[in-house]
Design a binder for this molecule. Structure first.
Ligand code: AMP
Ligand code: MG
Length: 339
């Protein structure tokens, strides 16, 4: 199969629509990362997404809708505080998990009695969702466990020959996946941290919890995706705490000395020190939004030029950095994984 990369216009949207309504999947841009989209009502299309990605069958998908789509077509109950969240943050990088059963393909929620719904703000994503006018389930468009994609080229690198079309909407501005927020209870609970933070949600509805899986034997995790190794570059990785800068540099020099190609991923303020030590530096960025936007492109760069990535945790840990650190820790397969 030939994989086309097309900019978003009337013609490519027509082609995308034709693929979706014949059960196929399409690479699509969003403001967080690129998605692999399929018809949420079509069992075979949803199963195809799992198969193409190699995604574990118990990791549910997010349904993406355009901003005027009638939510009541896909959810059973709209909690009283949900409207304020939608008005404050949507369209945008916030996924809301509603009570829902039997409205879309049973393969979307993997047996959970909930449905995760998102309204992306990316203009190209909106144009695509409007053209099809159905919910599109779209997990990140990477092979399972690999680094998430923030450009059409990243999607191509993972799925060339396996999907017919990638809609090219430029580089994803946000860079990490949406905040996933459960709204089935009395107050919202964040299941996966992202660009919309706990503090931002609290400012709108007063209370917001954070879910950390701490399962009793046999209990089912609320958001299965939080358990898997994810986002990982295809090179060795080692993550150091922010207070271990000197250890990280010594380790990187030692491994470099063995003839290994080593890159050090670290925030902007450490760049001088790392280069003075004669090491290749991947500039994570100065502020939290830059770090979020750059993370996945840097992890993909690392796997293409290094044998080992030595990452140093940024100093800032709160707000948006919670989401960034969550991804970085999973990418480096650290044992200390809160989500
Ligand atoms: P991805 O599409 O690759 O960004 O992954 C979607 C994330 O949303 C995963 O962490 C899923 O576990 C989570 N998710 C999707 N649907 C639900 C749901 N119904 N309840 C809880 N978490 C969900
Ligand atoms: Mg993903």
């Amino acid at each position: 199969m030939q994989t086309k990369i097309e900019t978003i216009n009337a013609e490519s949207l027509r082609y995308a629509k034709e693929i979706i309504f014949s059960g196929g999947v399409v690479g699509m841009p969003t403001e967080t990362v690129y998605g692999l989209g399929g018809n949420a009502f079509d069992d075979a299309a949803v199963q195809k997404i799992f198969a193409v990605k190699g995604r574990p069958a118990d990791n549910p998908l997010i349904a993406h809708i355009h901003k005027d789509y009638d939510l009541s077509k896909i959810i059973d109950y709209d909690p009283p505080y949900a409207k304020a969240l939608r008005e404050a943050f949507l369209p945008g990088p916030l996924t809301l998990v509603y009570p829902s059963t039997d409205k879309v393909s049973k393969f979307v929620s993997c047996g959970l009695k909930t449905l995760a719904v998102r309204v992306p703000s990316h203009e190209g994503a909106q144009a695509f969702l409007r053209a099809v006018d159905i919910p599109i389930v779209a997990p990140s468009a990477n092979l399972s466990k690999h680094v998430s994609p923030t450009s059409a080229k990243h999607v191509y690198d993972d799925f060339a020959g396996k999907i017919p079309l990638i809609l090219d909407g430029g580089e994803s501005e946000g860079g990490i996946e949406s905040t996933v927020c459960d709204i089935t209870g009395e107050f919202p609970v964040i299941l996966r941290p992202g660009l919309i933070t706990k503090e931002m949600i609290e400012a709108v509805v007063g209370t917001c919890g954070e879910y950390a899986p701490n399962l009793a034997a046999g209990e089912r995790v609320k958001s299965p995706g939080v358990l898997y190794k994810h986002y990982s570059p295809r090179c060795q990785t080692r993550l150091f705490a922010d207070r271990e800068v000197l250890d990280a540099i010594a380790y990187a020099k030692q491994e470099n000395g063995k003839g290994k190609r080593v890159c050090v991923l670290a925030e902007e303020s450490l760049g001088g020190q790392i280069r003075e030590a004669g090491l290749a530096w991947l500039n994570f960025g100065g502020n939290e939004r830059e770090m979020a936007a750059r993370l996945y492109a840097l992890l993909r760069e690392a796997e293409s030029v290094c044998d080992e990535l030595v990452a140093i945790e940024p100093k800032k840990k709160d707000g948006v950095m919670k989401g960034v650190l969550n991804r970085l820790k999973k990418a480096c397969n650290s044992q200390d994984i809160p989500h």
